[in-house]
Design a protein around this ligand. Sequence first.
Ligand SMILES: [Zn+2]
Ligand SMILES: [Zn+2]
Length: 328
Amino acid sequence: MLIPKNSWLYAALSYSLWPLFYCVGLIGTYAAFQTQSPLLWFNVVYFSVVALIAIFERIMPYEQTWLKRDGETFNDIAHTLLTKGAVQIAAAIGASFPMLVAIVAQPVLSTSAHIWPSAWPLAIQVVLGLIIAEFGLYIAHRLAHEKLALWRFHALHHSVERLWVVNTGRFHVIDSLFKIALSQIPLYLLGAPLPVFLWISAVTAFTGLLTHCNVDVRTGPLDWVLSTPRLHRWHHSKELSEGNTNYGENLVLWDQILGTYFNPPRPSPVDIGISGKVAKSFLGQLAQPFSAKGVRQILGYAPKKSDEAGASSVAAKALAGDKVGDKD
Ligand SMILES: [Zn+2]
Ligand SMILES: [Zn+2]
C-alpha cells in the first residue's frame, strides 16, 4: 500500500517523519539509559526505529525501484554485525585502538585530560563532543574518498545501488575502525566522560539509519546543519563532483567550513553506486581490498602509480584536493 503522493497525509508525513524518528530514537535512548540494562533497552529502541523506518519505506518511498531486492541484504547485515561486534569486543576488553593510543598518549598530554568541561550540562557536553568527533569523522571520511589506500575499503559502502535502512551499517570493518579511531581519540585525550561517548554513539546510530532511509522525507532548513537523507543521497551519487561532498556523519558543520557542502535546488540522485565492482560474497568483500586484483575490480581500472603514491599522504595534502579518481 502506497500513500498517494498528492494527499495531505503524504505532505504532513514527509515534513514530520524525520524529526519524529529522530525524537523517538533520542527519547527512547534517554529512557534506556535510565534502566538497569541500558544496552539491552537501547537495542530495543534501535530496532523499533529500524522497523518503523522499514514500514514507511514501503508506503512512501523516495525511490520505488530501491524497494527491489539487490541480493546484498545478507552482506549488509553481516558487515553491520561484524563492525558492531568488533567494536564492542574491542571496547569490552579495553584494548580498542583509540583507547590504546589514548592510554599511550595521555601521560604526555596529562594536563589536557582535565580540559574537558565536565561541569557543563550533559546535553551541551554531548554537542561539544559531537562537534569534535565530527572533525575526526570528516577527515577520515574525506581521506577514504581521496586516498586509494582507504577508498579500497570505503568503496564497499558505496557499492550499493539502492539506499535503505538495512545498508546503513554496510562498512568494511577496517573502514569503521579507522573512522572510530580518528573521531574518538581526541575525546579520550580531552578526558570526555563515558556518558558523552554513549550519547555520541546513540546520536550517530540514529542519524545513520535516517541518512540511508528510503523514505520521502523533507528536511528543509535541517539540511544546513544535520546530515539528512537528501544530503547523503548526493554523497552516494555516481557523479564524482556530487559524490565527493557532504562527508559529515551527523553534522555538516565541517563540510560548510571546509567547502564540501553540496545541496543544489534539484531532486537528489537515484543513480548511485561505483564504477567498479565488489565481490559477491561476504568473505570475498572482506578480502577484496587486500589484493591488487581486488583493488582493480573495485576501481574498475588498474590503479596508476600516482594513485598509490597518494595513499601515504597526510590529511593536509588530501584536503588540497588530491582525488583518487573513482566515484565519490
Ligand atoms: Zn563515503
Ligand atoms: Zn552512506
